[in-house]
Design a protein around this ligand. Structure first.
Ligand code: KIV
Ligand code: ZN
Length: 511
C-alpha cells in the first residue's frame, strides 16, 4: 500500500505574500472553501499579527471552513503566538505554526541573536503555543542554509517542547534536489525523537527547483509538503501544489506515495486562484497552463488522435479539465446555461443564477459562441461581485494618433448619475482620470493587465487593475467585448472594493 504525503496549502499565507496580490476576506473565504473541496490536509490561512485584515480572514476561515486543519502563522514570540491563537481557535482542527531563523546569516544580521538565544526562544515559544493546542508546527527558517548539527539540536528541542510537525524550509530557494534530499535524510537519522513529529518541507522556487526539491525530500522521509496553488508566493513563489500532486500521482509507480487530493478539482482551483489574485497563469505552466494539453505539431496531433497516451502523460479529465461539445449562444435557454455551469463546478443560488444568466444573454447578443472561459469570466465578474456603490452607466471615448485621448463617463453612485470628462495619455488613462474625478478618491494605478479570455474577433477582454489606496493594494476586474469598457469596469470594481472594505470613512473623504 502507498504511503501518504500530507498536503499543506499556503496559498492564503505565503501565496498572498506575492508582490501585488491583495485578497479581501470574501475572496480568501472562497479560496479556502475551494481548497477544502480540493482535499488539502492543512490550510495555512494567514499571519494574524501581520494586519487586522489577516487576523479577520484567519478567524473567518477558522469559523467557516470544515474539513482541513486550519493553521495560523506566528513568529516565535508570545505576542505573535497569542494573536495567532486568538484568530485560529475557532477552527475544528486548529494549528499554530511558529518559526524562527536558524541559519548563521539570519541569526547574525536579522535577529542579532546567538545560537543559545535562538534555542531558548524555540523551547519557550513551542511550549507557549502548546498551552493553546496540541497541534503545533515549528519551522527553522532558512533551514536549508543552517548548520546541520545546530538544526538537529533545534528540531530535537522543538519536539521535546511539544511540536508535532517540523517543517524544514528552503526559504531562499537555494537548495538542489540531491543536497536537500540528503539534508532531510540526515535530520531523520540524527534527531532521536523525530518519530514523534511529522517531517515537512517548504521550498521556494528561486532557481526553479521547488517541486524537484520537495519530491527529493519526500523520497528521503518528508511526510508533508507545503505548497501553493499555481506556485504563487514570495519572490519566484513556492512549490506548485498541482505539480507536486500530479507528479506523485502520475509517477506513483516510481514514488509510491499518495495524497488525499481530489485531482478533479485542480483545474478549477487553479482558475479561481488565478482570477482572484490577478496573477495570470503562464501558458506553458505544467499541469494547468493553457498549453499543457494543447498539441500543435502535426505529428503530435496525429499521435494523440490515434491514441491519446502517445503524447499525453495525464488525462486532462484527471485535473477536471472538461471538454465541452455543447455550444452555448444567444438561443440557449436558462436550463442549458445552468447545466453547463454545474458541469464546470459552479452551483449558484437562484438570485446568482439570474444575475449570471442576464449577463450571459447580454454577451450572447454581442458574441456568437460562448465558451467555458466566457462563463467563468461571467461568474467571476457578476456573481462574486461586491456591492456596486459606483456603476458604469455609459462611456464615450475619442482617441487616435492625432487627437488628445478624451473620455466622457456617466457613473451612477447610490442612484445619482454623475458625468465627467478627462483627457489622458491614452484612452484607458483618460477613462481612469474621469473615474477619479467622479469618486474624488486619490487612487494610484500600480498595475494594469489585459487578457483575452477567449480567442476570435469577438473575444471577451478581461482587465485586471491593481490600485493602491492609503498603502493597500486592491485588485479590480472587469470584462467586456470592448476593452475600454472592461478597463472602466475593472477600475470602478477596484474603487468599489476600497469602499466595501473601508466603508463610510472613504465615502465621507471623497465628498
Ligand atoms: O519560507 C519560509 O521560510 C517561510 C516560513 C515562515 C515557513 O515561509
Ligand atoms: Zn515561505
Amino acid at each position: 500500500m502507498s504511503k501518504r504525503v500530507y498536503i499543506f496549502d499556503t496559498t492564503l499565507r505565503d501565496g498572498e505574500q506575492s508582490p501585488g496580490v491583495a485578497l479581501n476576506i470574501q475572496e480568501k473565504l472562497e479560496i479556502a472553501h475551494q481548497l477544502a473541496r480540493l482535499g488539502v490536509d492543512i490550510i495555512e490561512a494567514g499571519f494574524p499579527i501581520a494586519s487586522l485584515g489577516d487576523f479577520e480572514a484567519v478567524k473567518a476561515i477558522a469559523k467557516e471552513v470544515k474539513g482541513p486543519t486550519i493553521a495560523a502563522l506566528a513568529r516565535i514570540s508570545p505576542q505573535d503566538i497569542d494573536r495567532a491563537w486568538e484568530a485560529v481557535k475557532y477552527a475544528e482542527k486548529p494549528r499554530i505554526h511558529t518559526f524562527i531563523a536558524t541559519s548563521e546569516i539570519h541569526m547574525k544580521y536579522k535577529l542579532q541573536m546567538t545560537r543559545e538565544q535562538v534555542l531558548a526562544a524555540v523551547l519557550e515559544g513551542v511550549r507557549h503555543a502548546k498551552r493553546y493546542t496540541d497541534d503545533v508546527e515549528f519551522s527553522p527558517e532558512d533551514g536549508s542554509r543552517s548548520d546541520l548539527d545546530f538544526i538537529c539540536q533545534v528540531v530535537e528541542a522543538a519536539i521535546s517542547a511539544g511540536a508535532t510537525t517540523i517543517n524544514i524550509p528552503d526559504t531562499v530557494g537555494y537548495a538542489t534536489p540531491e543536497e536537500f534530499g540528503r539534508f532531510i535524510a540526515a535530520i531523520r537519522e540524527r534527531v532521536p525523537n523525530i518519530d514523534r513529529a511529522i517531517l515537512s518541507v517548504h521550498c521556494h522556487n528561486d532557481l526553479g527547483m521547488a517541486v524537484a526539491n520537495s519530491l527529493a525530500a519526500v523520497q528521503n522521509g518528508a511526510q508533508q509538503v507545503e505548497c501553493a496553488v499555481n506556485g504563487i508566493g514570495e519572490r519566484a513563489g513556492n512549490t506548485a501544489l498541482e505539480e507536486v500532486v500530479m507528479a506523485l500521482y502520475t509517477r506513483r509507480d516510481f514514488y509510491g506515495y499518495e495524497t488525499g487530493i481530489n485531482t478533479e478539482e485542480i483545474y478549477r482551483t487553479s482558475r479561481l486562484v488565478g482570477n482572484l489574485t490577478g496573477m495570470p497563469i503562464q501558458h506553458n505552466k505544467a499541469v494547468v497552463g493553457k498549453n499543457a494539453f494543447a498539441h500543435e505539431s502535426g505529428i503530435h496531433q496525429d499521435g494523440v488522435l490515434k491514441e491519446r497516451t502517445t503524447y499525453e502523460i495525464m488525462n486532462p479529465a484527471m485535473i477536471g479539465l472538461v471538454v465541452n461539445n455543447i455550444v452555448l449562444g444567444k438561443h440557449s435557454g436558462r436550463h442549458a446555461f445552468k447545466q453547463r455551469l454545474e458541469e464546470l463546478g459552479f452551483t449558484l443560488k437562484e438570485d446568482e443564477l439570474n444575475k449570471a444568466f442576464a449577463r450571459f444573454k447580454d454577451l450572447a447578443d454581442r458574441k456568437k459562441d460562448i465558451t467555458d472561459r466566457d462563463l467563468e469570466a461571467i461568474v467571476d465578474a457578476e456573481v462574486r461581485a461586491i456591492p456596486e456603490k459606483y456603476q458604469l452607466e455609459y462611456l464615450h471615448v475619442s482617441s487616435g494618433n492625432r487627437v488628445v485621448p478624451t473620455a466622457t463617463l456617466g457613473v451612477r453612485h447610490d442612484g445619482l448619475l454623475s458625468e465627467e470628462a478627462a483627457v489622458g495619455d491614452g484612452p484607458v488613462d483618460a477613462v481612469f482620470k474621469a473615474v477619479d474625478k467622479i469618486t474624488g478618491l486619490k487612487v494610484c494605478l500600480k498595475h494594469y493587465a489585459l487578457n483575452a479570455v477567449t480567442g476570435g474577433k469577438d473575444a471577451i477582454g478581461e482587465v485586471t487593475a491593481k490600485v493602491e489606496y492609503e498603502g493597500k493594494v486592491y485588485v479590480g476586474r472587469g470584462i467586456s467585448t470592448d476593452i475600454i469598457e472592461a478597463s472602466a469596469k475593472a477600475y470602478i470594481n477596484a474603487v468599489n472594493k476600497i469602499i466595501y472594505e473601508l466603508g463610510d470613512l472613504v465615502q465621507t473623504q471623497a465628498m
